[in-house]
Design a protein around this ligand. Sequence first.
Ligand code: ADP
Length: 489
Amino acid sequence: MPLTIQHDDLLPGRNFIGGQWREAQEGRRFDVTDPATDAVFATVPDSGALDAAAALEAAHAAFASWRAVPAKQRAQILRRWNDLVLAHQDDLGRLISREQGKPLAEGRGEVAYASSYVDWFAGEATRANGDVIPAPVPGRRMFALKEPVGVVAAITPWNFPAAMIARKIAPALAAGCTVVCKPAEDTPLTSLALVRLAEMAGVPSGVLNIVTASRQRAAEVVDVWLDDPRVRKISFTGSTPVGKHLARRSADTLKKLSLELGGNAPFIVFDDADLDAAVDGLMVAKFRNGGQTCVCPNRVFVHSAVHDTFVDKLAARVSALKVGPASDEASQVGPMINARAVEKIERHVNDAVERGAQVVVGGQRLASMGSNYFAPTLLVGVDSSMACSMEETFGPVAPVTRFDDAADVIRAANGTPFGLAAYFYTRDVRRVWRLADALECGLVGINEGALAAEAAPFGGVKESGYGREGSVHGLDEYVHLKYLCQGQV
Ligand code: ADP
């Protein structure tokens, strides 16, 4: 069954700048491929500096009027956008699965997840209250107001093409900011579809602008925004090296930054854990989107006393995973996003085996299915010298390390430059709080493998970045506080 899209409206295939769907000014386009087959199934503009500049002009011109729109009206537009997203859930889900490769149920699930942020920030728009501050001296009135920061540049990754757009654009629009966006080159179509729905919802011309670009031209587009003082905020989700580059290059104009970068999440199973629950949690956390999420456990630490039992249970579940394209509704693990991704996974598994790890399940490409498939893999005997312990594998590989001592495992869990998610399973309430305090990360799963929710603050520490998305704190990333002090006249 092909993943056809019923509504042509969702495939504008061009940039959206100043309320118009436009080709790249130099006329170039690049291919969008289906990772399940490597077949090209669409093309989009391969934009450059001229298009980035035009998008920025439009966003800058629209800012004064958009920030003046009453919050309630901005919220109504966001709610209409959300209604349209949900009305097209099936088509959007298919589009995500087609260009990104995740199973259809996950594609549809991602649309619901994206929608939850739009709905949430529609509500937050109307609650951007400031403060009335008790004056410390007589004769003064003191206030703090929240103001939109200005033009926001949103740069998004391919692993959640809808949710990452929603999580950045919804709070920006809610706060009264205007947006220029460059979606990931692997998954531009979902982003364009969402922008098309935003247009239909009544987002005014110039408020939301999007330009697509190939990997070769991504920097050319983004550099225009990094260098221009009118862009006041960069919201980025992606790799740590690119995040550092954005922070460095935007330093000259001192932009506000939200950076949601790579992780290296530990998943710790103590000897008193409910092992079935821990296996369930690991399966959900590890194999969702084929292991291609920044909160996927990258290192699994299991106490010696339960190691063999846990590994047996896990092996049964990992070998039962059904790998296949999203066009087969039964598929649970799809293709990886591209050749670069599969090469990294293969390098990590080979390196681990060369250094003494054993393959319990999987361990190789599934070349007969297509060039981007990798077998769900379980490794044991993994240690901290191996590449899969030090770098994010971003694939369907669960590397298990045995431990004996709680202090050692906490040290090991924290022994990385990253700090996004961490998970642990135990039934000891004292240990729960000890670990919750000791783990150096932004998100902690305690006897739970699925963490993300629009009402919760999502983000990391250390080299996993800074800033929080979602929650009552999410809007703060897109506003600054202006203090007013009124004297007696
Ligand atoms: P991944 O390795 O998972 O593709 P990246 O960090 O490379 O993650 O990509 C995330 C986003 O950053 C994408 O939209 C990509 O086009 C963009 N990007 C990649 N390199 C640069 C760069 N040098 N400057 C600006 N954006 C970039």
